[in-house]
Design a protein around this ligand. Structure first.
Ligand code: 3EB
Length: 391
């Protein structure tokens, strides 16, 4: 039952691998010699405060069984560190880092730091979410996000892993109104300001793949994967680049690429029990696909129709992979190249529409993690992020 979720036992040993696995499967992988870069648990799974590695809990209930951990693994030795608020792990090839800020630290941060969220004409705000997070004033949240990014970017340069490949951003009440904006738009402005300040003159070219999704409770969690050598950031022919969205979606556009293509060098010599494939290649290419929703151009399509949103989302992912195959001469096999899917579903009752379709489309080799989450635009009912592996 579990074998399908475990990375395949081949001589091709990429430097970095994602695994969506049970706690027992993770122990098996670690006993087999993998190193843990970092670990994300979902829902109410407790965090182990004594663990040496980067870890976070994201307040999104998992909708399918068994409960899975998002683990990032290396076949090379890994060391654990902390710098400021960033907990991180380093291997020779990769750096995985995480910031998790509790509610109380959010309230403290940036009260007077960065203006407010009231000065730009945003779209109509969706229904506010009641609760403690709504009491945090706009400047506070925007300033905290800006502060996190302003800490991460110079940190990566200082560590000599300056190339961001993939970012994840999770926080509660993403659709809640804050003045004329909502929390997602405030998040976008804080992120934009920090990235613009740091990536002077190369903003568009350096934005990595990302997800920004609403949790139901818990911390602001930002985690990321970075490398010494750059990935190639990619755009989707069916979608306007998010960093060019018109202002109706917020005063500052979402700063991310649709996907990042990474060619990890393969590491054959230190794998015990396997040998190199004669004539095999010396790199393995992965496409880290950003959160993808039913957006064509810049517009949300199929309001109130979760099945149609799913189909549009799949078409977006298919077109993105095809574009990368064509432009970068990497052989994927369309949707068949997907290995991991994280499916965010706003209304848990839509699982019964979405899961059978994905079951029919994908065999057991594609690991699916379904999470209850709020999508950044109130009208979006689902979003999918994915990893594809080249042949
Ligand atoms: C979209 O295409 C949907 O703000 O980092 C997807 C992935 C989305 C990442 C982000 C937002 C982000 O605009 C939303």
């Amino acid at each position: 039952m579990s074998a399908d979720r475990l990375p395949s036992r081949t001589a091709r040993s990429p430097a970095v691998e994602a695994a969506y696995v049970t706690s027992a499967e993770l122990q098996t992988l670690l006993r087999a010699g993998r190193s843990l870069l970092g670990e994300i648990r979902f829902g109410t799974a407790p965090r182990d405060p004594a663990a040496p590695h980067p870890q976070a809990r994201v307040g999104m209930a998992q909708l399918n069984n068994p409960p899975l951990i998002e683990a990032w693994l290396s076949r090379q030795p890994v060391s654990y560190h902390q710098a400021g608020r960033i907990r991180f792990a380093r291997s020779e090839q990769a750096l995985f880092g995480c910031i998790a800020l509790a509610d109380d630290s959010r309230e403290g941060g940036g009260r007077a730091a960065s203006g407010d969220c009231m000065d730009a004409g945003g779209r109509a705000t969706p229904g506010a979410v009641a609760g403690t997070t709504a009491e945090i004033e706009p400047a506070g949240f925007e300033g905290v996000v800006r502060g996190c990014y302003a800490e991460i970017l110079p940190f990566l340069d200082a560590q000599a892993y300056p190339q961001l490949l993939r970012m994840w951003n999770y926080f509660p009440a993403i659709n809640a109104a804050l003045g004329d904006l909502d929390r997602y738009q405030c998040f976008c402005r804080g992120r934009f300001e920090a990235l613009k300040d740091y990536y002077v003159g190369q903003f568009d070219q350096r934005l990595p793949a990302a997800s920004a999704v609403g949790s139901h409770d818990g911390d602001l969690v930002i985690y990321f994967l970075a490398a010494k050598t750059p990935g190639k950031h990619c755009e989707n022919p069916r979608q306007m680049s998010a960093y060019h969205y018109p202002p109706q979606y917020g005063p500052r556009s979402p700063s991310f690429a649709r996907a990042t293509l990474m060619r990890w060098p393969e590491n054959r010599s230190c794998v015990s029990g396997t040998s190199a494939v004669p004539g095999g290649r010396d790199e393995s290419a992965y496409l880290y696909i950003s959160g993808t929703a039913s957006i064509v151009g810049h517009e949300s399509l199929h309001l109130d129709d979760p099945r149609a949103q799913l189909e549009e989302t799949l078409e977006n992912i298919r077109a993105l992979i095809e574009r990368v195959e064509h432009d970068d001469h990497v052989v994927f096999r369309g949707l068949d190249s997907l290995t991991h899917l994280k499916v965010y579903i706003r209304h848990p009752e839509h699982l019964r529409l979405i899961q059978p379709r994905l079951d029919a489309l994908f065999g057991p080799r594609v690991v699916r993690l379904y999470l209850t989450a709020d999508i950044c635009r109130a009208e979006l009912l689902m979003e999918i992020e994915a990893i594809a592996r080249a042949r």
